[in-house]
Design a protein around this ligand. Sequence first.
Ligand SMILES: *[C@@H]1O[C@H](CO)[C@@H](O)[C@H](O)[C@H]1NC(C)=O
Ligand SMILES: *[C@@H]1O[C@H](CO)[C@@H](O)[C@H](O)[C@H]1NC(C)=O
Ligand SMILES: *[C@@H]1O[C@H](CO)[C@@H](O)[C@H](O)[C@H]1NC(C)=O
Ligand SMILES: *[C@@H]1O[C@H](CO)[C@@H](O)[C@H](O)[C@H]1NC(C)=O
Ligand SMILES: *[C@@H]1O[C@H](CO)[C@@H](O)[C@H](O)[C@H]1NC(C)=O
Ligand SMILES: *[C@@H]1O[C@H](CO)[C@@H](O)[C@H](O)[C@H]1NC(C)=O
Ligand SMILES: *[C@@H]1O[C@H](CO)[C@@H](O)[C@H](O)[C@H]1NC(C)=O
Ligand SMILES: *[C@@H]1O[C@H](CO)[C@@H](O)[C@H](O)[C@H]1NC(C)=O
Length: 907
Amino acid sequence: MKKGRGFRKEMILWWCMLLLSLLGTDNKWVRGQFDSNGFISIDCGLSENDSYIDEHTKLSYISDAQFIDTGLNHNISKEYTPSLSRQYLTVRSFNSGARNCYSLKSLVLGSKYLIRATFLYGNYDGLNQFAMFDLYLGVNFWKTVNISDAVTPIIAEVITVAPADYVQVCLANTGGGTPFISSLDLRPLKDTLYLLANSTQSLSLVKRLNAGPTNTTIIRYPDDLHDRLWEPWSNEPYWSELTTTSDVSHILTDQFEAPSIVFQTAATPVNSSVLQFDWAPSPLDKSPSYWWALHFCETQLLGKNQSRWFNITVDGLMWYAEPYSPSYLRADEIFGKYGLQLPYYNVSLVATGNSTLPPLLNAFELFIVLPVANLPTDGGDVSAINAIKEKYQIKKNWVGDPCAPETYIWDGLNCSYTGSPRIIALNLASNGLMGDFPSLFSELKALQSLNLSDNNLTGSIPDALSLLASLTLLDLTGNNLNGTIPDGLLRKSQAGKLTLRVGDNPNLCSNSTACTPNEQKKDNGSIRVIAIIVPVIVVVLLVALALLLCMLKNKKGTGREQYSSFSKAGLKDDLIQLENRQFTYTELAAITNEFTRILGKGGFGTVYHGTLEDGTQVAVKVRSESSSQGTRDFLGEAEILAKVHHKFLVSMIGYCKEESCVALVFEYISRGTLQEHLQGPTGFSAPLTWRQRVRIAKESAQGLEYLHKGCSRPLIHRDVKTNNILLNEKLEAKIADFGLSKAINSDQTHVTTCVVGTAGYFDPEYCMTSQLTEKSDVYSFGIVLLELITGQKALISASGQEAEKTNIVYWVRQRLAKGNIESIVDARMKGEYDANSVWKVTDLALKCTMPLGSQRPMMPEVVAQLKECMESEVTCDINYHSSQNSSIGTTRNGYYTGYSINGDTRS
Ligand SMILES: *[C@@H]1O[C@H](CO)[C@@H](O)[C@H](O)[C@H]1NC(C)=O
Ligand SMILES: *[C@@H]1O[C@H](CO)[C@@H](O)[C@H](O)[C@H]1NC(C)=O
Ligand SMILES: *[C@@H]1O[C@H](CO)[C@@H](O)[C@H](O)[C@H]1NC(C)=O
Ligand SMILES: *[C@@H]1O[C@H](CO)[C@@H](O)[C@H](O)[C@H]1NC(C)=O
Ligand SMILES: *[C@@H]1O[C@H](CO)[C@@H](O)[C@H](O)[C@H]1NC(C)=O
Ligand SMILES: *[C@@H]1O[C@H](CO)[C@@H](O)[C@H](O)[C@H]1NC(C)=O
Ligand SMILES: *[C@@H]1O[C@H](CO)[C@@H](O)[C@H](O)[C@H]1NC(C)=O
Ligand SMILES: *[C@@H]1O[C@H](CO)[C@@H](O)[C@H](O)[C@H]1NC(C)=O
């Protein structure tokens, strides 16, 4: 749908351009990249502004100048030109740079495209040397181009889903000679074509063959509306040709839309009942996975006593599950459900015993399935760094994707590679940057370190830099900056969160109060006053500056380092201040979009969803006026959280402590609570598998273990429950809500407090003695384990009657006494679990929920037991997968019925 819209837009655009050109303004429409089909046809090496209509396809080819800045144009040697299509007569070559890229822009993200590059050497450089280089589709390897003679064109074609609104085609010099290219085509495809090409894999063409051709012409546009190239394929004298002139019909859901003319010819074996062909994996591709499609259509009207039935086998095994007979004048395809990796590929069409005619084949397409493993750099980062490149005319090796693949990362950049790469460091020291210092840099939202030292930057430091949440180093030493250092940056540096270096900027004021005259300049009315005041102030300022410098020097730290000395002072500050960010109410309002999206409510107040400047999602817990939790408790929580960091505990990012607002900012855990996953409405999420449950149990246990043992004093959570275990997008457990945590003094083994916690999870011993120990958390964790096993609530209401609630421990013990483990296991797992593993966890849960604390294990023991369960689960899993690997499957166009080699997965 998305694609349809974009497509229409392009059509309208094109018509407008055409109209303009008809009105005789100028030949501008040629510069537009798309033609009326939405095709881009580029003749590389054609001089800028040149274009022509290809005589065979009638497609309009344009110069590549608008798609690339690097490389040199060449004509191929005259001796080869007579017999070649025009696209091959010029090339663009790249003798500098490890990677050079074409950018095809204004595409539709998520839409499918066919991209084709051709390479014909033609001795363009007069050296008669055949190069070998790599081709990349954006950030992913596509193909190795191996030129072995001067006149055979190499054609690389890929069917891919655009990962952004542009696609880059890059030529990488791998030391095998100068890369070059003859032409580059882009053709849009409907999403329903070649379903195997999706956002995680592309299809790189090996061969597309039209069997039994009438002559040696390559079939393409306009016969093929998608402009695929169908090469003629004959095998005389072993194969003969069958032809028809009748129209061939296609089914509506055709995944190929191969042209009729291809179906009108077929190959059939001569004097044999077998049509056979084979190929070996190319050594240039590392362990390629091949996928292919066979195109069939009966071209002859068979007589009453005639029949054409054949088996399709690969390496002697039935590839399509049953004998097949093509239909008269109906296009049909048989293709794999996924790519296959075999040592050798031998495809045979073998006539069955009752068939009177030999097999036939109309066409064959063979692809390598290319994983789209590398993600492109974050779109925001890409546009920001490109704008910076443009502004300062940075040359270096800055082409293609900034961060990916890692081997081609741009000089001066450092990136993080979890998920879509982000630029985290930019070093442009001593790069001769001239001109002002724009806020462009603050668009690199994940930036941690920015070094622009020793350039000729002028103007003032943009305030926007202080919004970069992760920035810890900013070096602007040795420029010509003026104005003042933005307050935000100063504050961060004073709080020790930022190392700020601004020395050797003669016109830069170090303190905003001292620089007020500059701000007054904006005031038009007072120029004359300023004329008098400025000299006075300048003198005062110089004196003040000199004094300041003296003072700082005495405190060690040179002029160059003056602001990093602030950060050293900051170290003495409170722990909270050092590790966490302090937010103002205004900032919180901005982050949460005026407190619009509520994530949850609790005794303490409301939790809102928010997004930091760098895109990090957060949960903002704001204490309400009526909260039963006092400001003291609240800040107590902050203090504990500030000190506690563990993979399986929700971490705090910052806090707000103002009269009008007391709030804590946490990392946002996207998949909600464990309770929702166990008991949420059907459709809330897929039911958790047993393996996931054990892992979640193990991870929460590790979180609790850390609380109990990892800190200088043990912390008791006091409210362990499924509602306080959050799951992130990887379904990793994070324990939340330490609001009630109390540290135990090491000389005591318990703390006495008022009753807290949630019904159903109370430690019965604690209820009697009011003495809270770590064992109370163990009890509550046992309840969590039972919930994971059974999918029941901590308090189970029998037959829906509220009044008669049964404790889950009692419920489980009762059932186990009567029957077997199945009677307690969550039915949503559909019986897919290892009974031994479930027994083990149940046993552990029952130990944790023993009535007396002394009978219960400590958390480290619980963790150890759960780890053991995990390991036995892993072995099961591996066996399960390996038994699945042995089947290869095929599908028939339009019938997604899952035929497999065994024929038993047909549905
Ligand atoms: C192409 O056209 C642009 C704009 O009309 C012009 O500036 C440029 O010089 C032309 N290039 C060539 C090689 O003629
Ligand atoms: C792409 O197709 C492959 C094979 O059918 C499949 O395993 C994969 O999940 C698909 N990816 C997406 C994003 O749909
Ligand atoms: C080759 O065959 C195609 C279709 O069969 C036909 O359109 C084309 O004109 C033929 N070309 C020549 C050179 O005979
Ligand atoms: C074709 O396949 C069928 C069903 O699997 C089998 O019974 C038959 O023997 C095969 N025929 C040939 C010629 O291989
Ligand atoms: C030939 O045999 C196949 C199964 O092997 C069967 O489906 C088909 O109907 C038979 N054809 C004829 C003409 O008997
Ligand atoms: C940049 O600044 C340095 C030192 O101030 C100066 O020597 C150099 O000429 C400047 N470069 C340019 C291109 O202005
Ligand atoms: C800072 O430098 C810029 C460019 O050099 C100049 O336009 C601006 O007036 C200067 N500002 C101050 C406050 O000196
Ligand atoms: C700037 O200087 C004034 C007076 O010297 C001082 O009161 C103020 O705290 C300073 N501000 C900063 C941000 O350092």
